[in-house]
Design a protein around this ligand. Structure first.
Ligand code: FAD
Length: 479
């Protein structure tokens, strides 16, 4: 990027909000995704909507790309810079603007840390349920852009279930407002839901209105040990088909639980093939009844031991240990490739066996854990990127896992997004007409393809007003 263009960017955001030092660029060259990184041309920290709007207009005039970024914890490469790009970091936008106790809503800037939002609304007896494992560092803006899930998704749903409205700056510099505090609103197309999960490709989110709900008054947390992995998966399937909805049903295999135990030293059963962490919550005696039914089903599926957390502190300890699974696995080998294959819950036992089969077939080490109640697994390959042969085998193993997930009626990503990491598999789940529609939408909103280009799918070169028409042309478009 030429110096005069950088000077124009600097004049928009101010010298203090601009950096192009090699050290800073390196810090923003990657996110949580293994194996992917690229240096940006510059990194900026805008103060207000006006600055973002002017940056978008300048990018169209001067033909550079813009990549929005929250905390950079994404696991599909969504915030990784692309060629000739400026990264717009939104972490300074960290204010909770309003907690509305009468309408049960909260209005936030996108850089608010998810756990901070949760603790602030809890002071009013209210509850914001979506809780990605990264919630102590990730931002609400990143959660909305990726439609993040979390441990409580089974009962409470994911980010999209809580977004009532958004404000965002479009690639042409306009401010788009969607949604509002109305519980019901069917005026026109539902643009709000369309923005959730758009992975920073359609606009930069600057304000978010979220639904909050009353806090559950009681909960019971259970930890079940299983000698056979397959029994734990069957127990999950049986709990769902018994019409129970725990708020959390998390699975850790033997590799993962041993890594977590090495890290946390909380006494997890090292010899068990799998453990399930289950929490039931709600109001009154129903919580106790649900816990008893869950316990019965786990015993029927050969749980060797079931422990009930003695108090909230112990429950929190167990949940924090579960949240550390990725970090604990990452300590074992230099390169941790974490994936997001998801299947209908009834297919979970088969999918877990397929991950084990992939590890054997391609001679790689997998730790497997995830939101079992959602059918959302995180097979995690422990590798070393300096070993080309191992990385090739890891990629083949993941191809196998994704293909098996799709065969079972599943998908390539349950919550991490497509980004760069999964776009080669998108056609298999979205189909060519689906990708064609996505590209048309992108080209209408971002005529010059300046905003996070190459994420989700590739449009090459810039849209240039010409969209592919034939199936063959579209196939050429999909890289
Ligand atoms: C240890 C660990 C555990 C995790 N656990 C979970 C989990 O349980 N569930 C889950 O869903 N994910 C999980 N993740 C993935 C990740 O934390 C989520 O995807 C999260 O939503 C990303 O938020 P972020 O602020 O880090 O966004 P980033 O990584 O910075 O960005 C993510 C995407 O959002 C876009 N974006 C960011 N801010 C904006 C904005 N203001 N406007 C427009 N686009 C924007 C970026 O361009 C990018 O495409 C985990 C990650 C880690 C490292």
């Amino acid at each position: 990027m030429e110096k005069p263009v950088k000077d124009k960017i600097k004049s928009i955001v101010g010298a203090g909000n601009f950096t192009d030092s090699e050290e800073d660029k390196l810090c923003y060259s990657y996110d949580g995704t293994a194996l992917l990184h690229q240096l940006p041309e510059a990194v900026v920290f805008p103060d207000d909507e006006e600055q973002i709007s002017r940056l978008m207009k300048l990018a169209n005039e001067e033909h550079f790309n813009i990549v929005p970024r929250g905390a950079g914890t994404g696991l599909s490469g969504g915030a990784i810079p692309v060629e000739n790009s400026v990264v717009i970091v939104m972490t300074k936008w960290n204010k909770i603007l309003e907690i509305d106790n009468r309408n049960l809503t909260v209005t936030v800037q996108p850089g608010v840390i998810t756990a901070k939002l949760q603790s602030e609304v809890e002071k009013f007896g209210l509850f914001y349920p979506p809780d990605p494992g990264s919630m102590s560092v990730c931002t609400i803006g990143g959660n909305v852009a990726n439609n993040a899930g979390g441990l409580r998704g089974l009962k409470y749903g994911v980010t999209k279930n809580y977004v009532l409205g958004t404000e965002m700056i479009l690639p042409n510099g306009d401010l788009l407002k969607t949604g509002g505090k109305n519980v019901k609103d069917v005026a026109g197309y539902n643009l709000r839901d369309f923005i959730v999960g758009s992975e920073g490709t359609l606009g930069i989110i600057t304000k978010i209105l979220l639904k909050i709900i009353p806090q559950p008054t009681s909960s019971i947390t259970l930890l079940a040990y299983f000698d056979r992995l397959i029994d734990s998966a069957q127990a999950v399937s049986d709990i769902v088909s018994a019409h129970l909805t725990p708020c959390m049903m998390e699975f850790l295999d033997n590799t993962t639980l041993n890594c977590v135990e090495d890290y946390t030293k909380i006494g997890l059963p090292r010899n068990s093939e799998a453990i399930l962490l289950i929490e039931v919550d709600g109001r009154g005696s129903i919580v106790q009844e649900d816990a008893e039914t869950v316990t019965r089903i786990m015993k029927k599926n050969n749980a060797s031991f079931i422990k009930t957390a003695a108090n909230l502190e112990e429950a929190l300890l167990l949940k924090t240990a579960r949240r550390s699974a990725f970090s604990a696995l990452a300590r074992k080998r230099p390169t941790t490739i974490l994936e997001d294959a998801t299947v209908p819950r009834s297919e979970l036992p088969v999918m877990i066996e397929k991950v084990t089969e992939a590890a054997k077939k391609f001679d790689v080490t997998f730790g497997n854990f995830g939101h079992a109640g959602d059918g959302n697994l995180h097979p995690t390959c422990l590798t070393d990127e300096r070993d080309n042969s191992e990385i090739t085998r890891a990629h083949k193993a993941f191809d196998f896992v994704f293909n098996e997930a799709i065969k079972l009626g599943g998908t390539i990503t349950g919550e991490h997004g497509t980004g760069l990491a999964k776009k080669q598999f998108l056609e298999q789940v979205a189909g060519i007409p689906g990708i064609e529609m996505m590209k048309k939408i992108k080209c209408v909103i971002d005529e010059n393809n300046i905003l996070n280009p190459g994420k989700i799918f590739t449009i090459s070169p810039r849209c240039e007003g010409a969209l592919p028409r034939s199936r063959d042309q579209i196939k050429d478009f999909i890289k």
